[in-house]
Design a binder for this molecule. Structure first.
Ligand code: TYM
Length: 335
């Protein structure tokens, strides 16, 4: 069975972007067709700004609760925290020595995050896509469900696999494919249709957090930036209307319809009418998840046990692949 791997950083709360672009897709891929591994990437979460240790621990457990509350079943999927499976970081080092400086310098996410201040960023932030490649390839995973913004990193993963295979004359690491599908592969800020919805945006009104209550969700949608026109009756009519398109995409993803199906229903309506529909749908879909998250957060021991068990299952896959990698590279094995 082909293997799926994906991860999310516990660097802050979950947003609707994470949910629609990633977690909801993770849930869809659970089943007979794939073996699924989903990960809280705590080692990635310390690459950017300093996090208080207690905050990181809380975020990681909350993210785990978010995965489970959204429908990730820790029996069907292997659910792990990155640092508990040490082979990720071990393969990450090997990949630091395979990836080229020039490749990393081309990563648009690094350029965006570092801005004009690249000299003051951590070395980890620069190297992070090589660790991400290790996350994927330590499972020989071939399918990587992600939002649009991670596409370049999955492509880099292929470059790293190809160079490793070529340098050592092996056919060891597979070529991983990004799986970027559905109506919400890039959820935009509610305040600015040209910016991605992000947990690091200083404006809380720009995003819907998975922990927002019904009132907060309704208020943020009511205040979301829009244009004055009515909704078009087909997707083409959204091309030059980023804010309108974003709200329709969110509606489509939450209701599991295509954008055209949604527009057949709401084409011709004004935002004054559409926004309350969207708010009601969002509250309907998100409220059960946030209340289940809150319940699970009171069961911290249970969460920690799930992660420990996940790591045990994961290491049955990752330990042999690391051993083979070390052997290919020429490390003397322990006797
Ligand atoms: P992260 O934590 O920034 O985001 C987690 C996932 O959510 C998606 N996403 C979005 N999708 C649609 N619209 C948005 N506004 C939006 N914001 C975030 C991201 O595309 C991602 O799929 N480097 C990764 C984590 C990672 C990883 C991996 C992913 C580490 N190792 C291996 C896949 C495979 C990251 O920082 O994602």
């Amino acid at each position: 069975t082909p293997r799926v791997f994906s991860g999310i950083q516990p660097s802050g709360g979950l947003t609707l972007g994470n949910y629609l672009g990633a977690i909801k897709r993770f849930v869809d891929m659970q089943g007979e067709e794939f073996e699924t591994v989903y990960c809280m990437v705590d080692l990635h979460a310390i690459t950017a700004k300093f996090l208080e240790p207690e905050t990181l621990r809380k975020n990681t457990r909350e993210l785990c609760a978010g995965f489970i509350a959204s429908g990730i079943d820790p029996e069907k999927s292997i659910l792990i925290n990155q640092s508990q499976v040490p082979e990720h970081a071990q393969l990450g080092w090997i990949f630091n020595c395979v990836a080229r400086m020039g490749w990393m310098q081309r990563m648009t996410q690094f350029k965006d995050k570092a801005g004009k201040n690249a000299q003051n960023q951590s070395l980890g932030l620069f190297a992070y896509p090589a660790l991400m490649a290790a996350d994927i390839l330590i499972y020989h995973a071939t399918h990587v469900p992600v939002g649009e913004d991670q596409k370049q990193h999955v492509e880099l993963t292929r470059d790293i696999a190809a160079k490793f295979n070529h340098d050592y004359g092996v056919d060891f690491f597979p070529m991983a494919e990004p799986v970027i599908e559905g109506a919400a592969t890039r959820v935009m800020s509610l305040r600015d249709g040209s910016k991605k919805m992000s947990k690091s945006d200083p404006s809380d009104a720009s995003r819907i957090n998975m922990t927002d209550d019904a009132d907060a969700i309704a208020k943020k949608i009511r205040k979301a930036k829009t244009d004055p026109d009515a909704l078009p009756s087909e997707a083409k009519g959204l091309e030059e209307r980023p804010e309108a398109r974003n709200l329709v995409n969110i509606y489509a993803a939450l209701s599991e319809q295509s954008v055209d199906q949604v527009l057949t229903e709401v084409g011709g309506k004004q935002f004054g009418e559409f926004k309350p529909m969207l708010a009601e749908l969002a509250v309907d879909k998100l409220a059960p998840i946030s209340s289940e998250m809150a319940r699970l957060m009171n069961e911290q021991d249970e969460i920690d046990r799930i992660l420990t068990r996940g790591a045990e299952r994961a290491r049955e896959i990752t330990a042999p692949i690391l051993r083979q990698t070390y052997d290919i590279v020429g490390m003397v094995p322990p006797v």
